[in-house]
Design a protein around this ligand. Sequence first.
Ligand code: BEZ
Length: 161
Amino acid sequence: MAIETGDTLPEANFTMLGDSGPTSVPLADKTKGRKIVIFAVPGAFTPTCHSAHVPSFIRTKDQFAANGVDEIICVSVNDPFIMKTWGEASGATEAGITMLADADSSFTKAVGMEFSAPPVGFFNRSKRYAMVVDDGKVTALNVEPDTGCSVSAGEGLLEEM
Ligand code: BEZ
């Protein structure tokens, strides 16, 4: 079942490429006592993810900060190497957006957001969505009905705050 507003996020571990290689990033370290935004994409470097979704959060990051958001995190079912490269290529890392890999899709499955698109080679990826999480609890959630980027864009999520 898909996660809903008012639910608490499950325990999860992401992977991030640090200076000495891939490191595990417990979700609890990001959520405990903090307000964060998580936006999830079907894949690194896909046209909409790269040209619309990430740029929308680069554009709006200051407005989220003004609304008390401590960190904006991009999640994709990809490996940490590609997430690091994508963060650099898209400008997300320079903008302060954290790029986390849900490499085994365990977080995506736990929140009920699995998405497959066999014609483009996507299996067990993530739907496109964005959420505000306050101390582990989902306080706003916008899920796209398709692969487009509208309600889950930075501007769309800001309307929920
Ligand atoms: C895109 O981001 O453009 C996209 C994502 C998933 C499937 C097809 C396209």
